[in-house]
Ligand binder design. Structure first.
Ligand SMILES: NC(=O)c1ccc[n+]([C@@H]2O[C@H](COP(=O)([O-])OP(=O)(O)OC[C@H]3O[C@@H](n4cnc5c(N)ncnc54)[C@H](OP(=O)(O)O)[C@@H]3O)[C@@H](O)[C@H]2O)c1
Length: 217
């Protein structure tokens, strides 16, 4: 069976993705930065390997890459993100805009060793500038910066043999999305799974929603 790596999987959408892929029979590498044991991830059944990873820590990034050894990663999903309450704008950018690119570059060897060679960075519709010059706020600006970096790099990633996209996961009932959000974690994870399953050359380099619609930049 193919292998997926889900970065930022302790709760919310990341945890839902781990369950989804494990249920489909995939081998799953799941990362969490929590120090207090595996938490909810420990209850997921299937072929799931847990790793510690604070995505902003360069030494931990490299340790995760090294822990994968020669294993191939068919699908890499960088999900970890913060809304940023109580954080500086720089710290939010570090997590939401810089770390996903760093992790992708670091794991490119593992992805290009695989058969499917697919990458998804979880962004947000709040990071869509839609041609406006107005500030999107700290969170939106960080996701817009992620989208900009993705657009600058997707051509090179394609040349390296990968299919890469950014995905808005929907407004999801998680700690971040809140209880009034419109879709469940399971619906979002199922949608992202389907978007990745149908990812091909014609869909590479673009901004998709969890339910398979193209989103404007
Ligand atoms: N929920 C929504 O409606 C919504 C909408 C649009 C986009 N998104 C995006 O979807 C992704 C997942 O959101 P969510 O709703 O599932 O959020 P969540 O419930 O707040 O979970 C965020 C996840 O990211 C991890 N994380 C945050 N900072 C990290 C760091 N520095 N190092 C390692 N892991 C880190 C968290 O780990 P800890 O448990 O250790 O904190 C947690 O696993 C995010 O990128 C978010 O921006 C969500």
């Amino acid at each position: 069976m193919p292998t997926v790596a889900v970065i930022g999987a302790s709760r919310g959408i990341g945890l839902g993705l781990v369950k989804r892929y494990a249920d489909e029979g995939w081998r799953v590498h799941a990362t969490t930065r929590t120090q207090e044991g595996p938490g909810a991830l420990g209850a997921v059944t299937g072929d799931v390997c847990l790793h510690g990873l604070e995505v902003t820590d360069a030494a931990q990034q490299r340790a995760f890459r090294d822990a994968l050894g020669d294993e191939a990663i068919d699908v890499l999903i960088h999900n970890a993100g913060v809304q940023g309450d109580g954080m500086s704008a720089a710290a939010v950018h570090r997590v939401n805009a810089e770390a996903p690119i760093e992790m992708t570059e670091l794991l490119m060897g593992a992805v290009t060793r695989s058969e499917q060679r697919k990458i998804a960075l979880i962004t947000s519709q709040l990071g869509a500038r839609r041609g406006s010059r107005r500030s999107l706020g700290t969170y939106g600006e960080s996701k817009a910066a992620l989208n900009d970096r993705f657009r600058a790099l997707e051509g090179r990633w394609r040349e390296q043999g990968c299919l890469a996209v950014v995905i808005h996961p929907g407004w999801v009932r998680t700690d971040m999305g809140g209880p009034r959000a419109t879709i469940s974690v399971e619906e979002s994870a199922r949608g992202i799974y389907e978007v990745m399953a149908s990812l091909d050359d014609s869909r590479h380099g673009r901004f998709w929603t969890w339910d398979g619609r193209e989103h404007p930049w």
